[in-house]
Structure formats: structure tokens, C-alpha cells
Design a protein around this ligand. Structure first.
Ligand SMILES: [Zn+2]
Length: 57
């Protein structure tokens, strides 16, 4: 599985940099901070909260 996030600008899904470190413990910490991700499709940088992330098979 990978962690993906949907771009706020173009709506494309792209793999999060969290994918490298994602585990339950990391996700708990993650709820307390926002995270910047850069869309692979359009280059838009936005901050995302935990609710914006989801697992994809
Ligand atoms: Zn985008």
C-alpha cells in the first residue's frame, strides 16, 4: 500500500512523501501538524492534514 493525497489544485492523486515513513506511530504524530506536499502533476505546494491522506492498494 501507499499513502496518497489528492492535490487541492488539480485534483490528481499523488504519492505522499509520508510513504517512506508511514506507520501507525508516525501517523499519530502527524495528526498534530500539517505537512507540505508538492503535487507531481501540477507542482502546486499545499499543506495537508491527516484527513487529506488515504491508503491506496
Ligand atoms: Zn496538482
Amino acid at each position: 500500500m501507499v499513502v496518497v493525497v489528492k492535490c487541492k489544485k488539480c485534483g490528481e492523486e499523488f504519492p505522499s512523501k509520508l510513504v517512506q515513513t508511514a506507520n501507525e506511530e508516525a501517523l499519530k504524530k502527524f495528526t498534530f501538524q500539517s505537512n507540505n506536499e508538492i503535487c507531481l502533476s501540477c507542482g502546486q505546494q499545499s499543506s495537508y492534514s491527516l484527513n487529506d491522506y488515504f491508503w491506496k492498494l
